[in-house]
Design a protein around this ligand. Structure first.
Ligand code: NBG
Length: 824
């Protein structure tokens, strides 16, 4: 890249020598970290090699950015309060094709790359599915060479570290930035002021129009921190821009001089709490002011950044929708809609209609859940005090919308108030953020076919009628690079040996391995690899947990956030029934099984935490029962996250996707397991439905009520206790819980679970228990037929084309964002 005939890079200067990877690595150790062979730690090695690898990205990173800007191309901006990036070194090495070189380089100094990589803390800036999806999408956007930016918050403390004490979940702070982070680059030149509170004043401009000023605000600074996101073997390196909060006044000198040392920094601390911690909660809004402050903080900085960039090359705001698409990842950034209206009208002087037209063309919204308590609402009074100008604009959006609906659609006031942005209530009005997001954007999508249908039919039926075509579906996808190439290197090389490596960027290619399902030798290799992955997991488990695992048992995994709708409870009830069977007739043959659980519960979610305790109590008991031996082992792997997923998923045989039908918007774990050759046992929920369509009924174990049946059952009145009465196996299990069988030392702790199951059972655990047991039996029988099981496993991998995040990103780009790839 040249400017006035000269390269733009400093390292292209006449006297500058370009360094090799090894030189850079050694220099980083010595000059940046100031270490020699006697003082160096493994962590230093990680830092130095990460920096040296980041150096390899820099040129392409800079080139990518100037290419986008110089050509004034349309870009997509992915706004998300969560990004679960996991570890970055391994992914960068794979995408840059430097894995082997780096391994050898480190070996030359006596270091093992895998061991060094274990030093890297996960970049855990998210809770679960929505955050990991954002990370997979960033990977695909760069790989497919789309001009894209991720925007989020640089939380100082990411998702908490989960420990288990006496079977209970304990939360510890995840101070992932303690030792700095070699990947992020601070960009103080991109610092924006974010306003809060204050009042709104009006004035008349020169044309006599009423204009608004937001004044006397409390300000916080947002500083950009950029993380490079390299595509897989392309030159594109996109940016993930994470905002860090800084106080506008570091220090109150007056207070300090009077000896009030603490109050001298009080304001600073208060402002900076905004980017301190991620809310460890993905389905129950905390109703906390800080959370709303976080939302507006990152939205405001992001929009200022987008507008700044737009203005570098454009003057006419009517062109904004041709230059920028903004995707709202769930409602968390939905305050961006009134904020863009404010910028366009108050700062740029546009009229309402024009501003509204631009705004709704720029924004699109993805819904990720229908769990009612997760549909965000903020009280009008809170918004009014924190963001007074936004509240005015929301009120006006609402007023105009209701008028329009009345004119064009219906005069039924109860219907209109259901569709409105503001939910009126004598105890105080609430702002429905989802309604705001739908009304203020041009596209609303669900994340799996069933979920999108449910949105249209049950959650927003009137808005769907009112805006024909606005609701659409974009089934989720996962990064093939991270979840097969990186997580399962042995399987990846077997596949590549057979069909070449095009599958890495074109998952349709993977179909070609299906033909080898008939080849006995291939099946043998497939099994050997699964076995090796199991051995690796067993090794990890033996280092971190006190349980001995039988590697030839069926590895049956349920790893995901703990939530009642995901029904980890159903799984453990079934495990107890297996235990009872073995206890009853230990001399019979049983398919040996290792049941693996992993996942975090929101710290305030009592029921979810009780279920973790139940699993650990059952595990403690069963694992130490000599009659059971290695026929059944239960394992709760603590602190589940992206890196652990990369270990557990490739080692698993059976994938538990057993949510109450209608509740799991999509799931992406289900896709990761199937891609790695695990067979699913699951309900017709979320993307399971589509997985079933792809792999066929014979290669998946489906059970339980459908979403429609659940809804009908709820309407008709459901009495869970009838299952207790009619199913002796289930009855025994419940009786054991009642009688404190697994918790002699802490009697009564599972009473809330028993009461929920018998007298309410909102998630239909009792109803589905029998069907689940039968499906589990079918899975066991299938597993006994090794050759047949291996075929099922191969077919599952082979038919995952649809679930690549590359496919999903192409659909978003074409149908929603209207962006095209840019070759760097
Ligand atoms: C989750 C859903 C999952 C879905 C992911 C990604 C949230 C709020 N929702 O089913 O529960 O796969 O989003 O779309 O994280």
């Amino acid at each position: 890249m040249k400017e006035n005939g000269k390269s733009i890079f400093f390292t292209d200067g006449a006297k500058v020598k370009q360094s090799s990877l090894i030189t850079q690595f050694a220099e980083r150790l010595e000059f940046d970290l100031v270490k020699d062979r006697t003082t160096v730690t493994d962590h230093d090695i990680l830092e130095a090699i990460s920096m040296a690898i980041r150096d390899r990205l820099t040129r392409n990173w800079l080139k990518t950015q100037s290419e986008y800007n110089d050509n004034n191309v349309k870009k997509v901006h992915y706004l998300s309060l969560e990004f679960l990036m996991g570890s970055l070194l391994g992914n960068s090495l794979i995408n840059l094709g430097l894995y082997e070189e780096t391994r050898q380089l480190l070996a030359g100094f006596g270091y093992d790359l895998d061991k060094i990589m274990r030093e890297e803390p996960d970049m855990g800036l998210g809770n679960g599915g929505l955050g990991r999806l954002a990370a997979c999408y960033m990977d695909s956007l760069a790989t497919l060479e789309y001009p894209a930016y991720g925007y989020g918050i640089l939380y100082e403390y990411g998702i908490f570290e989960q420990d288990i004490e006496n079977g209970y979940q304990i939360e510890k702070p995840d101070h992932w930035l303690r030792y700095g982070n070699p990947w992020k680059v601070v960009r103080p030149e991109f610092t924006y002021t974010v306003k809060f509170n204050g009042t709104v004043t009006t004035y008349f401009d020169e044309t006599g129009r009423t204009r608004y000023n937001w004044v006397n605000t409390d300000d916080v600074l947002a500083i950009a921190n950029d993380v490079p996101v390299p595509g897989y073997q392309t030159r594109t390196v996109n940016s993930l821009r994470l905002w860090q909060a800084k106080s506008t006044d570091e220090f109150n000198l007056n207070n300090f001089n009077q000896g009030n040392y603490l109050s001298a920094v009080e304001n600073k601390n208060l402002s900076e709490t905004i980017s301190k911690v991620l809310y460890p909660n993905d389905s129950i809004p905390q109703g906390k002011i800080l959370r709303l402050r976080q939302q507006y903080f990152f939205v405001s900085a992001t929009l200022q950044d987008i507008i700044y960039n737009f203005k570098l090359h454009n003057t006419d705001f009517r062109l904004l929708p041709e230059k920028a698409a903004i995707q709202l990842n769930d409602t968390h950034p939905a305050i961006a809609i009134p904020d863009l209206m404010r910028i366009l009208m108050d700062e740029e002087g546009l009229e309402w209609d024009e501003a509204w037209d631009i705004t709704s063309k720029v924004f699109a919204y993805t819904n990720h859940t229908i769990v009612p308590e997760a549909l965000e609402e903020w009280s009008e009074s809170l918004l009014h005090s924190l963001l007074p100008r936004h509240m005015q604009i929301i009120t006006e959006i609402n007023r105009r919308f209701k008028n329009e609906v009345t004119e064009k659609y219906s005069q039924d006031s109860s219907l209109i108030s259901k569709m409105a942005v503001i939910k009126e209530d004598s105890h105080g009005n609430n702002i429905r953020m989802a309604n705001l997001a739908i009304i203020g954007s041009h596209s609303t999508n669900g994340v799996a076919e069933l979920h999108s249908d449910i949105l249209k039919k049950y959650i927003f039926p009137d808005l769907n009628n009112y805006y024909p075509g606005k609701f659409n579906n974009k089934t989720n996808g996962i990064s093939i690079r991270r979840f097969l190439l990186q997580a399962n290197p042995e399987l990846s090389s077997l596949i590549t040996k057979k069909i070449g490596n095009d599958w890495v960027t074109n998952l349709a290619e993977l179909k070609k391995i299906e033909q080898f399902a008939e080849d006995e030798k291939f099946r043998q290799s497939w099994r050997t690899i699964k076995h090796n992955n199991k051995l690796r997991l067993v090794d990890f488990i033996s280092r971190n947990h006190n349980v001995k695992i039988n590697p030839v048992s069926i590895f049956d995994s349920q790893v995901k956030r703990f939530h009642e709708y995901k029904r980890q409870l159903l799984n453990i009830l079934h495990v107890i029934s297996l235990y009872n069977r073995i206890k009853n007739t230990p001399e019979d043959f049983y398919v040996p099984r290792t049941v693996i659980f992993g996942g975090k519960a929101a710290p305030s979610y009592f029921m979810a935490k009780t279920i973790i305790k139940l699993i650990n109590s059952v595990a403690e008991h069963v694992n130490n029962d000599s009659v059971i031996g290695d026929k059944l082992k239960i394992l709760f792997i603590k602190n589940y996250g992206v890196t652990l997923a990369e270990k557990i998923i490739p080692a698993s045989d059976l994938s538990e996707q057993i949510s109450t039908a209608g509740f799991e918007a999509s799931g992406t774990g289900n896709m990761k397991f199937a891609l790695n050759g695990a067979v699913t046992i699951g309900t017709l929920d979320g993307a399971n439905v589509e997985i079933k369509n792809e792999v066929g009924d014979d290669n998946i174990f489906i059970f339980g009520l459908t979403a429609d049946e659940i809804m009908a059952a709820r309407r008709n009145g459901y009495t869970p206790i009838k299952h207790y009465e009619s199913n002796p196996e289930l009855r025994l299990v419940i009786d054991m819980l009642k009688s404190d069988y697994f918790n002699k030392k802490e009697p009564g702790i599972f009473e809330p679970v028993v009461n929920e199951l018998l007298y309410r059972d909102y998630y239909f655990v009792m109803e589905d228990f029998e069907a689940y047991s039968v499906a589990q039996k079918r899975a066991e029988l299938a597993y006994l037929n090794t050759e047949m099981w291996t075929k099922m496993s191969i077919i599952n991998s082979a038919r995952m084309e649809k679930f690549s995040s590359d496919r999903a990103i192409k659909e978003y780009s074409k149908d929603i964002w209207d962006i095209s790839p840019v070759k760097i």
